[in-house]
Design a protein around this ligand. Structure first.
Ligand SMILES: Nc1ncnc2c1ncn2[C@@H]1O[C@H](COP(=O)(O)OP(=O)(O)OP(=O)(O)O)[C@@H](O)[C@H]1O
Ligand SMILES: [Mg+2]
Length: 310
């Protein structure tokens, strides 16, 4: 089952009471425990009537009942997804939900529409998803499941924070719209990943533009730290967008310099190998030097030697 399926077929079948029950279970996430049925009944004020609601939620697999524990329930990722969506719909952020536009290891991105018709990208963090799958079978993995959900919320909060710092300063990042739980909503960008761009008209200019943005971000106190060519989007008009910021660090972070060099090395290598960019304008070299300090000469050395050997 995909999230699309849940949104189309389950979301509409839930009423306020179901969401109240989901929220009651979620409140317990920090405690990392299964919530006993009696407690859910008490928190929601539904008493034993809660049984019927729980049964439905369980049938829909929005919650699960670990074996070998006193009767109680824990939240599933889809349960948390629908809670976040419900909040975003109630806050008039999202009006309708669309198709997946990027499904990966640590996040799923869907398109959506705002009530005023703005197209949105809705990113659901799924940290630990791969190790998360078989978790219902193992009581011992329960802690981990909860830890992953909390980690996803933290990652979303962190990415949203970066976008809120960077977007107003003119860095080419998605415009942040809202954040709820493990979900970040931004405006959509009509580009493709630069790794798969079939044609770049002026690769030197595009590379410099990316580096100018890294410099702007640095000055705003943000080092991306995971800048692969899958995290840079480009339009046919050669406009770029840098995405995927949950792992950013402050320039004062002890590893910041190393991350910056790694980001820069990835970037230079891609443009060298795929687009044969071997020389850069002075302005751009100066930015690289500002950002990478000592390592600048090493980076340039790599460029030259690779360039000569083809
Ligand atoms: N604002 C946006 N506009 C258009 N497409 C987007 C936007 N944000 C993300 N995407 C698409 O979704 C994909 C995944 O987004 P992102 O890189 O933020 O998540 P991720 O954590 O890297 O996921 P993965 O596990 O696949 O690496 C992107 O590569 C891009 O194709
Ligand atoms: Mg990515």
């Amino acid at each position: 089952m995909s999230l699309e399926y849940y949104v189309k077929n389950i979301f509409g079948k839930l009423d306020e009471d179901h969401f109240k029950v989901l929220r009651a279970i979620e409140m317990n996430l920090q405690a990392r425990e299964v919530v006993p049925v009696e407690i859910i009944g008490r928190i929601t004020g539904f008493g034993w009537r809660v049984e019927k609601l729980l049964k439905k939620l369980h049938e829909y697999r929005l919650i699960w009942a670990p074996r070998g524990v006193a009767r109680g329930y824990a939240l599933n990722y889809y349960g948390m997804d629908l809670l976040a969506l419900k909040a975003l719909v109630d806050k008039n952020v999202i009006e309708s939900f669309g198709k997946p536009i990027g499904v990966g290891k640590e996040a799923d991105v869907y398109d959506a529409l705002s009530p005023s018709g703005v197209r949105l990208a809705v990113k659901f963090f799924r940290i630990g998803r791969t190790s998360f799958r078989g978790y219902e079978k193992h009581r011992t993995a329960l802690m981990t499941a909860h830890t992953y959900m909390l980690a996803s919320m933290k990652a979303a909060a962190r990415e949203y924070k970066a976008l809120r710092i960077l977007h107003p300063r003119g860095v080419a990042v998605p415009k942040p719209v809202a954040r709820n739980r493990h979900v970040v909503v931004t405006e959509i960008f009509y580009g493709i990943e630069i790794s798969s761009a079939p044609y770049i008209e002026n690769p030197v200019e595009v590379l410099c533009e990316i580096i100018r943005n890294l410099k702007l971000a640095y000055e705003a106190g943000v080092v991306h730290s995971d800048l692969s060519v899958y995290n840079i989007l480009i339009t046919p008009e050669q406009k770029i967008l840098i995405i995927d910021w949950p792992q950013w660090v402050d320039p004062k972070h002890p590893m910041a310099q190393r991350y910056m060099v790694r980001d820069m090395r990835n970037l230079l290598r891609f443009f060298r190998r795929k687009w044969n960019v071997l020389e850069l304008p002075m302005e751009c070299l100066r930015l690289i030097k500002d950002l990478c300090g000592e390592t600048f000469n090493t980076l340039m050395g790599e460029s030259r030697s690779k360039g000569m050997s083809g």
